[in-house]
Design a protein around this ligand. Structure first.
Ligand SMILES: Nc1ncnc2c1ncn2[C@@H]1O[C@H](COP(=O)(O)OP(=O)(O)O)[C@@H](O)[C@H]1O
Ligand SMILES: [Mg+2]
Length: 333
């Protein structure tokens, strides 16, 4: 077996807030193999973004307490010094956020920002780096890439800025790419183009990908495995086929609209829904329920155990026989 690109073990993140300690990530463990794409899905507020910001040391230490292990190619991101982390971001781990303005420097041209990254981590000449930068912008679908190099971020539309950020993240052929709602704001054609590009990067460089999305259709299209997050925990994970076709957790079933009393209106083309189909709201991380984190909203909750005892994330039997885990007292077939 080839070694995983990323091994996350018992990741926990607590944030100090005016309302008390927010338990935002509560014991998350997963791996991403070379060339593998893991889609992380779950409603807004389930801790998806915070969990990956923690990996790259991007949470303010005054506010956040992070524990656990996160081995990137064997090296623990959580105990790395800031200097080493800076080296690792880029060639080790590239990240694309939903809001491109958080990643672009407003006072530098787009070209300068891409070239800087290429020069810092590679051995290209300045000229070659500029050529490569234009090539990258072309690959992410920017019209007139040569011209775009000399533009400032504010001169580009939101969608174009986002493609620049994606080009920067891909420019160093990272071992791990983390995309947090990276294509949500882009139209479907561009989205498909970017997904193709990421798949090419994976084929060429064995890049492992964490793809955070609230859109199960995107997850189904891009992922090898799916990890469903709720209340800062993984409530279910497995291959994309196992999780989407044989969901074991009532929350996953709710998201998929496959519980009779949670049935989502079917899309006109039968497409999978966005994650808005489960009635009620996720619990605030300052006040998580005891027991199963989903029980207050669960349509099939059973005995008192659901309310008092937290179900462990365990391997469940599935038709494929591949690893498929769920944390629930009910719903196993
Ligand atoms: N800087 C912060 N201070 C306090 N709470 C935060 C902060 N950032 C996120 N949170 C809280 O952490 C929880 C998880 O947020 P987030 O990871 O952004 O969720 P997701 O990406 O799944 O939508 C939310 O309840 C959110 O309100
Ligand atoms: Mg988020």
């Amino acid at each position: 077996m080839t070694a995983p690109v990323l091994e996350v073990e018992d990741l926990r993140v607590q944030l100090r807030t005016p309302r008390g300690t927010a338990h935002v990530v509560n014991g998350l463990s997963y791996t991403v193999g070379p060339g593998e794409t893991v889609a992380v899905v779950g409603e807004s507020g389930s801790g998806k973004s915070v969990s990956v910001l923690a990996l790259l040391g991007l949470l303010p230490p005054r506010v956040a307490t992070v524990s656990g292990r996160a081995l990137l190619q064997g090296e623990d991101l959580l105990t790395m010094g800031p200097e080493r982390l800076r080296q690792v971001r880029g060639p080790g781990a590239g990240m694309v956020f939903q809001d491109p303005m958080t990643s672009l420097n407003p006072v530098l041209t787009v070209g300068k920002q891409i070239v800087e990254g290429l020069l810092a981590h590679g051995d290209l000449s300045k000229q070659a780096a500029r050529r490569r930068a234009a090539e990258l912008l072309g690959e992410v679908g920017l019209p007139d890439p040569e011209q775009a190099l000399d533009r400032y971020p504010h001169e580009l539309s939101g969608g174009m800025r986002q493609r620049v950020v994606i080009a920067i993240a891909l420019s160093n052929s990272p071992a791990l790419l983390i995309a947090d709602e990276a294509t949500t704001a882009l139209d479907v054609t561009v989205q498909a183009q970017i997904i193709d590009l990421v798949e090419k990067l994976q084929a060429d460089h064995g890049t492992g990908v964490i793809w955070i999305t609230h859109d199960l259709g995107v997850a189904a299209g891009i992922a090898d495995r799916v990890l469903v997050m709720y209340g800062g925990r993984c409530v279910e994970d497995g291959t994309v086929d196992d999780v989407l076709e044989h969901p074991a957790h009532p929350y996953t079933r709710g998201l998929l609209g496959s519980l009779p009393d949670l049935a989502a209106p079917a899309g006109p083309d039968g497409e999978l829904p966005d994650l808005t189909t489960v009635p009620g709201l996720p619990p605030p991380p300052t006040d998580l329920p005891a027991g199963c984190v989903f029980w207050p909203r669960c349509p099939v909750r059973g005995d008192a155990r659901c309310e008092t005892e937290q179900p462990p994330l365990v391997q469940i039997g599935g038709p494929s026989g591949l690893p498929h885990r769920a944390a629930t007292w009910c719903g196993h077939e």
